[in-house]
Design a protein around this ligand. Structure first.
Ligand SMILES: *[C@@H]1O[C@H](CO)[C@@H](O)[C@H](O)[C@H]1NC(C)=O
Ligand SMILES: *[C@@H]1O[C@H](CO)[C@@H](O)[C@H](O)[C@H]1NC(C)=O
Ligand SMILES: *[C@@H]1O[C@H](CO)[C@@H](O)[C@H](O)[C@H]1NC(C)=O
Ligand SMILES: *[C@@H]1O[C@H](CO)[C@@H](O)[C@H](O)[C@H]1NC(C)=O
Length: 510
């Protein structure tokens, strides 16, 4: 008897252990922090099994917290068609290697409503487990727009910015960088399908307290937009009515433009194919255009009057003699700034626009002066880009001294933008002449630097703020050389001139 019982027990233990092995348990590994991705992009929601069992025969169910139907259902070894809401159709897929237990979900063309908690549920014959993670959809909003009202001795300044996701933070600072306490910040979520958040905040401010104040709106202090305003006393009473009327006109004009733009009734810049940048630019369209810029444009018809304003607020007040201004601040030029990548355009030269004895290379990327015919009418015969730069943001780089082909720096060159028809008054360029140095074409008495010879220039054209900035991108410390403000509206073409003093070329860098 005793040996037989022992034998049965042994078999039971054996069966139990076999069962335990085949019914392997697993746990779900998901990120412990939120997953975030820009609006319109694709995102992978990672989810894996631990240990990494083959999940090919398992059921995988992805769903969103608060929604009944799954987003994606993998069952009977295939993704089931026609389950889940239409809003996810053709946007979701299993991207990982199922046989290695990777059941990650890819979600394309993110919209703001996609934000939220996602649940990854995996079931085998004998075990199930789930994990969840939060998805944050990020959208960078518009540059702040200001409104201002006199309020006794003080000025009531309102800062507004729209097009954000998630809810941004708004911070006021004075010119010394001190944060100004503020308790009047309001958020509003658009009830359109996009669900983007706008923020506004007002502050009472004594113009004598600080030269200017800034309003910064951003996500996590990383993706930020900043605007500055220079308030002056005494100006307000007279300016108030006209500014208000003007801002209403401009605001309503831009609302109309924005609506047309969204409906695709306005032409987009033809050379600008970066969908992300385009989306971004349409988001920031209304706010970048501040009423005062409009007056500045009107009073500054002569471009020769513009002084070098390197984003120094006080200069701006002196120049324009305006009490209020939203100043355009060119983006910081760090080594690998994402804006450079985002707004990068690949330009090509249009040989039919080449003036004088210019030779355009066959790849349409570089231009040089051909043997002097003796009668060069202009110091800077030029060639234009094929691409029109008409709305949005553009960045490109130009090599003005190709060290690999010439040991000597180019004796002269000129690089910038112009409109058609070209004339000196629409030209905004940075030029160089040996002995004279680097200068903006609008004031050839200003030598910007004599410290070094520039080899590579970065140009950043902001069609919304009507500004063009030049960066020296030779070194790792990419510094801002000059910014043209208040440029006339319109369609621009990039302009390149190798000068007439030598045969060295000027080349577009891609
Ligand atoms: C989340 O993961 C990071 C590393 O991936 C770890 O340092 C952190 O402690 C984790 N946080 C929690 C709450 O588990
Ligand atoms: C994402 O959007 C783009 C442009 O709107 C479209 O061409 C593409 O087909 C969409 N992709 C998916 C998977 O819906
Ligand atoms: C699963 O696959 C995706 C896409 O290939 C990858 O991004 C992710 O890191 C993988 N996750 C795990 C846990 O292996
Ligand atoms: C400041 O202006 C905002 C609107 O722009 C208004 O809502 C607020 O009441 C004003 N504050 C004061 C103290 O006037």
């Amino acid at each position: 008897m005793v040996p037989r019982i022992n034998g049965q027990a042994m078999i039971l233990i054996y069966i139990a252990s076999v069962l335990a092995c085949s019914a392997a348990e697993f746990s779900i590994v998901v990120p412990n922090a939120s997953v975030s991705a820009p609006l319109g992009s694709s995102v992978v929601l990672p989810c894996g099994l631990s240990p990494s069992l083959n999940a090919r025969t398992f059921e995988v169910r992805w769903s969103k917290q608060g929604e009944h139907d799954p987003i994606l259902l993998y069952q009977d070894q295939k993704v089931q068609e026609n389950v889940g809401k239409d809003q996810y159709r053709d946007r979701v897929s299993l991207i990982g290697e199922l046989d290695k237990g990777n059941v990650s979900l890819k979600l394309d063309n993110l919209t703001v409503v996609d934000k939220g908690e996602y649940i990854c549920f995996v079931k085998s014959i004998s075990w199930y487990e789930k994990g969840s993670m939060n998805l944050v959809v990020k959208a960078l909003g518009s540059t702040p727009l200001f409104l201002h009202k006199e309020a006794g001795e003080k000025v009531n300044i309102t800062c507004m910015s729209g097009g954000w996701s998630p809810k941004p933070t708004l911070t006021w600072r004075d010119s010394a960088g001190r944060e100004l306490p503020n308790s009047h910040t309001y958020y509003r979520t658009g009830n359109d399908s996009e669900g983007l958040v706008s923020v506004s905040s007002w502050l009472l401010f004594s113009p004598s307290d600080s030269e200017w104040i800034s309003c910064t709106v951003g996500l996590n202090g990383q993706e930020i937009r900043e605007g500055r305003i220079v308030p002056l006393k005494g100006f307000w009473r007279e300016a108030f009515i006209s500014t208000l009327v003007l801002s209403l006109i401009v605001l309503s004009t831009f609302t109309v433009l924005l609506i047309l733009f969204r409906k695709g009734l306005l032409p987009h810049c033809s050379s600008h194919k970066n969908a992300k940048a385009a989306a971004d630019s349409h988001v920031s369209l209304p706010a970048e255009t501040v009423p005062l810029n409009a007056t500045e444009n009107a009073t500054q018809a002569d471009p020769h009057e513009s002084l070098p304003v390197k984003s120094v607020p006080l200069n701006a007040t002196k120049n324009t003699n305006q009490g209020i201004s939203s100043l355009y601040t060119p983006p910081e030029p760090t080594e690998e700034s994402s804006w450079k990548v985002r707004y990068k355009v690949s330009l090509t030269l249009d040989p039919s626009t080449a003036l004088g004895s210019l030779k355009v290379s066959t790849d349409c990327k570089s231009v040089s002066y051909e043997k002097p015919s003796g009668d060069s009418k202009s110091k800077f015969p030029h060639v234009l880009s094929k691409e029109e730069l008409s709305s949005g943001l553009f960045y490109w780089e130009v090599m003005v001294w190709d060290k690999t082909s010439s040991a000597q720096p180019n004796s002269s060159w000129c690089v910038g933008v112009t409109q058609k028809p070209h004339s000196d008054s629409v030209l905004k360029a940075l030029c160089y002449e040996e002995g004279k140095g680097l200068y903006p074409n609008t004031q050839d008495f200003t030598n910007l630097t004599s410290k070094y010879t520039v080899t590579k220039l970065g140009l950043y054209l902001n069609c919304q703020s009507n500004a063009l900035s030049f960066y020296n991108v030779d070194k790792t410390s990419h510094n801002l050389l000059y910014t043209f403000h208040n440029m006339p509206h319109g369609t621009y073409f990039a302009l390149f001139s190798p000068g007439v003093k030598d045969l060295n070329r000027v080349r577009i860098l891609d």
